[in-house]
Ligand binder design. Structure first.
Ligand code: CUA
Length: 205
């Protein structure tokens, strides 16, 4: 036990010495006044960027996808979750609204859906062929739909109306015709779609 402790102490003092030496040597290097200024500016920029990322991550909740789900894009029609009968709006017994949509050249399927306004909606997107994007103006909905992955975004629509769903990644000659629309209906006028049995289990690998 004592031998290990002594070894650890030796290692620590070696590290400390190395760091001290490193800084002594760095200080001994002649750095031009102007160069020093630019080094400081560069360090300031790095610090600023790190600060922005930290504030966004902790206070604005902007994060890279934490739950990376993969799916076989060639077998979407065979998957339980993205089978044709399961697409569109579903409400589970707790009242959570989930929207499942498939992007393919050159449309989003289902082509048209109705959702309630001022309600938390979880969108789950998959691509059937190539890389697509989805953008819904006036919401935070903007993501890539990468083949082989499930893109999940939670959003809500502030006001009733018609919202366009646009593809924002170049996906081929029909890219600029790739759009759909969503009807947002006042919360009190909106009715659950007939298909109330949300399929919670997913068979994504
Ligand atoms: Cu799909 Cu551009």
């Amino acid at each position: 036990m004592n031998a290990i402790l002594q070894k650890c102490q030796g290692l620590t003092s070696k590290c400390v010495n190395f760091i001290q030496d490193f800084f002594v040597q760095i200080r001994a290097v002649h750095v031009d006044h102007l160069e020093r200024k630019w080094i400081n500016i560069a360090l300031l920029c790095v610090g600023l960027l790190v600060a922005i990322i930290t504030v966004d991550a902790f206070f604005h909740g902007i994060n890279p996808p934490s739950k990376v789900e993969t799916i076989d894009s060639a077998k979407l029609h065979l998957s339980k979750e993205f089978a044709e009968s399961n697409l569109g709006v579903q409400v589970d017994e707790k009242g959570v609204v989930t929207v499942r949509m498939v992007a393919g050249r050159y449309s989003f399927f289902p082509k048209h859906i109705s959702v309630p306004a001022e309600t938390r909606l979880t969108f789950r997107w998959v691509s059937i062929d190539v890389l697509h994007g989805v953008h819904i103006p006036m919401t935070n909905m903007s993501t890539m739909i990468v083949p082989g992955y499930v893109a999940e975004i939670t959003t809500s629509f502030p006001k009733p109306g018609e919202y366009p769903v646009l593809c924002n990644e170049y996906c081929g000659l029909g890219h600029n015709h790739m759009w759909s629309n969503i009807s947002v209906i006042a919360k009190e006028d909106w009715h659950d779609p007939v298909n109330l049995t949300a399929n919670k289990e997913s068979n994504n690998e």
